[in-house]
Write a protein that binds this ligand. Structure first.
Ligand SMILES: NC(=O)c1ccc[n+]([C@@H]2O[C@H](COP(=O)([O-])OP(=O)(O)OC[C@H]3O[C@@H](n4cnc5c(N)ncnc54)[C@H](OP(=O)(O)O)[C@@H]3O)[C@@H](O)[C@H]2O)c1
Length: 260
């Protein structure tokens, strides 16, 4: 998610050379959930390299150190303050195996994939922190289109996230007087394919092999996605040139899900 007009610009402790990127997001602020690892971290790096200020979330002190290896100490301190105020680790037991769920698992899944993004966008709207031509990007999954009995709630949550984007797109484009202050804002979901992050690789070799067997045959490019592959797509949607794409689901899955 990126909004314009905050002058704070993070400097980078490591990562690719800034000179290879255009500084097209100077003055913008991005709020990124799960910015310490995997896809969220790659997105934070992509946007920060383009001059964007980043406010990210993570769940523990170790992860704060991971963030500090990307962004300068001033930005990291604000992460730390926020994290200390709101310890937020959710214990998600599973992704919704049919016949084995309890209410807590259902609620936590809805909390992570629906309630939290809704409340973040709502808070930013209420405080009028969105600027004209802002970007809302929801990270969905191939699972929203390719069902599996062991991920009932995950699939439902991601599908709902795609629906949220359609309604946000319709509300924030400029047709509603109430949201004129953020006219031109786009909302899209990025449907992510199998990506090589700790969350996936920690499932163990058998499960990873199962994932490969399920997803690679459908992909046009038969390999694991890297977090940077997904970040590049999110980065495209954050660019000024993406102003006419809204209410869409964009597949970042090496062709695993073909939308059109
Ligand atoms: N990897 C894939 O193949 C894949 C495919 C499709 C969609 N996605 C989606 O992409 C997004 C990122 O996934 P990922 O694979 O990069 O890894 P992830 O483990 O889902 O995300 C890692 C980041 O999220 C934070 N996080 C993890 N669990 C959390 C929780 N219960 N409450 C609050 N924050 C939490 C972590 O913070 P800490 O560092 O503090 O733990 C870290 O910053 C997710 O929405 C996922 O559903 C991933």
């Amino acid at each position: 998610m990126a909004t314009s007009s905050n002058p704070d610009t993070p400097t980078l402790a490591s990562g690719p050379s800034v000179s290879r990127c255009r500084l097209d997001l100077v003055g913008c602020v991005a709020v990124i959930t799960g910015a310490s690892r995997g896809i969220g971290r790659a997105i934070a790096l992509n946007l920060a390299l383009r001059g964007c200020s980043v406010l990210g979330t993570c769940t523990n002190e170790t992860s704060l150190e991971l963030i500090s290896s990307v962004l300068d100490s001033e930005v990291t301190r604000s992460y730390k303050d926020t994290a200390r105020q709101r310890p937020s680790r959710l214990r998600i037991k599973g992704l919704g195996t049919i016949g084995e769920m309890d209410v807590q698992e259902v609620q936590h899944s809805l909390l992570g994939n629906i309630q939290t993004p809704v409340m973040i966008v709502d808070e930013l709207v209420r405080r009028r922190l969105f600027q004209p031509d802002s970007r809302i990007i929801y990270i969905s999954s191939v699972r929203s289109k390719q069902p599996w009995s062991r991920q009932l709630m995950y699939a439902a949550g991601k599908s709902a996230g795609e629906s949220l984007c359609r309604t946000w797109a319709q509300a924030f484009g400029g047709k509603e007087e109430k949201y004129q202050f953020m006219a031109g804002t786009t909302a899209n979901a990025v449907l992510v394919g199998l990506t090589q992050t700790e969350a996936v690789m920690n499932c163990g070799p058998d499960m990873v092999a199962e994932f490969q067997k399920e997803f690679f045959p459908a992909q046009s490019i038969p390999r694991f996605g890297q977090p940077e592959d997904v970040a590049d797509v999110v980065g495209l949607l954050c660019s000024a040139e993406a102003k006419w794409i809204t209410g869409s689901v964009i597949s970042a899955s090496g062709g695993g899900i073909k939308i059109g």
